[in-house]
Design a protein around this ligand. Sequence first.
Ligand code: ADP
Ligand code: MG
Length: 342
Amino acid sequence: MTIAILPARLANQIAAGEVVERPASVVKELVENSIDAGASTIKIDIEKGGAKRIRITDNGQGIAQAELALALSRHATSKIKDLDDLEAISSLGFRGEALASISSVARLTLTSKPAAQASAWQASAEGRDMAVSVKPAAHPDGTTIDVSDLFFNTPARRKFLRTEKTEFNHIEEVIKRIALAHFEISFVLSHNHKVVKQYRAANTSAQRSKRIAQVCGQKFIDHALEIDCQHDGLHLYGWIAQPSFYRAQNDLCYSYVNERMMRDKLINHAIRQAYADLLPSDSYPAFVLFLKLDFREVDVNVHPAKHEVRFHQGRYVHDFIYSVCHRALKNELAINIDHGTG
Ligand code: ADP
Ligand code: MG
């Protein structure tokens, strides 16, 4: 046997296996990039459930012409520089893998114009070594990433795509989750050239409640207890539904750690425990909860798609979430369900 270094495209395709599970994961990575770029408006255009096209347009800071090629290469990131940064990550991205991975399993073009640059440039990566070609283009300040024919060169993965409708549902769910974490950003989601969801920037409490109602339904808001508690470096806030508003599925379980959407076992366990005797068996609570803590107290680098985190003081975080939710549910009447303030 001889040992050989894999060609760049193949290495990226292997890495893509971890990050790019389906069209919705591409959407998640690209929208998170737009958020990291400080965008206030993000447009998401989907065709055929994302299998044909995923196009994300933002008005963020853009990528300079000289850095376009770098943005597409693996382990290239503007977000961390050293181990200290890795231990206190405040951006959603940091791995420098998404664009390289996606461009290895789809046709990707990246068009961008930073405000300070006179005109826009476009880049795409081709061939086994993923050589990047860059050419002039027209684009307002910001970035558009166009991803078409996902998995066209990895037929085994393409076979795993579900129906257009199912894939689009996953995309819609990703946008809902992100929209709840970023009220200040407006999102427009289209499918096959029709606008499907429009979330306007929500800066007042009333506008935020409206967005919550858009995502979770008016009933959720009508039955929600508002929570806001800080203790010893931990801050938990958001909405938890009264036990009478329980769900047959875990479809309204939204939790965030430092504005990053999570499917975290520890958090879910703490919340379920708070509801333990209050819900019928085989039912789920509904909640939208945000946990904020020092970036150094949490390790987000435990899962390639960053769905999970590890808390340095897990037990403490668990008990805090449990007790805040438990108390709110017990004092249901005393807690103010006032959506007009805050
Ligand atoms: P990461 O987000 O982990 O840094 P990515 O592969 O997702 O890695 O992106 C690589 C780099 O490209 C980012 O660090 C950022 O500098 C740049 N970039 C990607 N998308 C955008 C965007 N929409 N606007 C501005 N810069 C972007
Ligand atoms: Mg990224």
